[in-house]
Design a protein around this ligand. Structure first.
Ligand code: AKG
Length: 281
């Protein structure tokens, strides 16, 4: 990500974990919400320590040469330690409010971004179908949130420590960055556009322990770690509506860790996929 000479001025709105109605409106308006202080400093240190203890498995990316991001998938399945990150107060409340009381996780990813690496490019994680922006901006059509990711930031974020960048409100473009209006590009879409309707991308400069949860259609990107000696740590929890497929790689060889399931609460079991029977069951 280019180091910007001037920082975009949009102040990122934050919400108290108890302000569920406010967060629901924020997800609709901006496409993301930020909840400060979801975990405290001691917990942040412990989560980082636990990420350092992870060992690669299945589809994980792990680079001892430190020329890439370490990316551990399905962290929830490694140990019961991770269970509370399925339903942290505030985060789970906004997830359930926009994706339903039967939503579940589709993944949980631990990241380590060392100096010199990172920088993806603006993208959306998923557009289910392109929509004309006028329909979304006017509110005549409201696309339900199907997928959303919570970022647990584990560092005090600075401009050079590879912050996430987000274009507030861009989910209402009805398309991914770089796609032409009405163009039939859906799924994961990436492109060079970094602003929409005059709104520039803004860096998510939050504190360690803060969480941003964002819907899959909002334009966002990671960036390059330009520090000399700091590693960014990040925990992602990916949520989806009940009918969204869990991304539990390595798929045919995935097995639930019984120790994790045995220690899960009823809500956590549902979030892991233990649903009441419904359509197609
Ligand atoms: O690294 C980041 O902050 C953003 C991650 C991201 O863009 C993604 O997982 O889709």
């Amino acid at each position: 990500m280019p180091a910007t000479a001037t920082l975009p001025t949009t102040t990122l709105r934050t919400y108290a974990a108890t302000d569920v109605a406010g967060m629901q409106a924020g997800m609709e308006e901006d496409g993301y919400v930020i909840i400060p202080g979801v975990i405290d400093r001691a917990e942040v240190a412990e989560v980082k320590r636990r990420i350092d203890e992870l060992r690669p498995f299945g589809y994980d990316c792990f680079d001892p040469g430190k020329k890439q991001v370490d990316h551990y998938k399905n962290v929830f399945n490694r140990s019961p330690f991770w269970l509370p990150y399925l339903d942290k107060p505030g985060v789970i409340d906004v997830a359930e409010s926009v994706m339903g009381a039967d939503c579940h996780i589709i993944g949980m990813t631990g990241w380590r971004s060392p100096p010199g690496v990172g920088g993806w490019g603006m993208h959306i994680d998923q557009q289910f179908f392109p929509v004309e922006e006028e329909l979304l901006v006017s509110g005549r059509i409201k696309l339900p949130v199907m997928l959303a990711t919570a970022h647990f930031y584990l560092n005090d974020m600075t401009l050079d420590l590879c912050p996430t960048w987000v274009v507030p409100g861009s989910h209402k473009s009805g398309r991914g960055p770089g796609a032409k209006p009405g163009e039939a590009r859906y799924g994961f879409v990436a492109g060079d556009e970094r602003s929409w309707r005059g709104q520039e991308a803004v860096p998510v400069l939050v504190k360690a322990g803060d969480v941003m949860i964002f819907r899959s259609e909002v334009w966002h990107t990671g960036s390059k770690n330009q520090t000399a000696d700091q590693t960014r740590y990040l925990l992602q929890v990916h949520y989806g509506r009940r009918m969204m497929a869990q991304k539990f790689s390595p798929y045919l060889d995935f097995r639930f860790n019984h120790e994790v399931v045995a220690q899960a609460t009823a809500r956590q079991r549902r979030l892991l996929g233990g649903h009441q029977p419904g359509a197609y069951d």
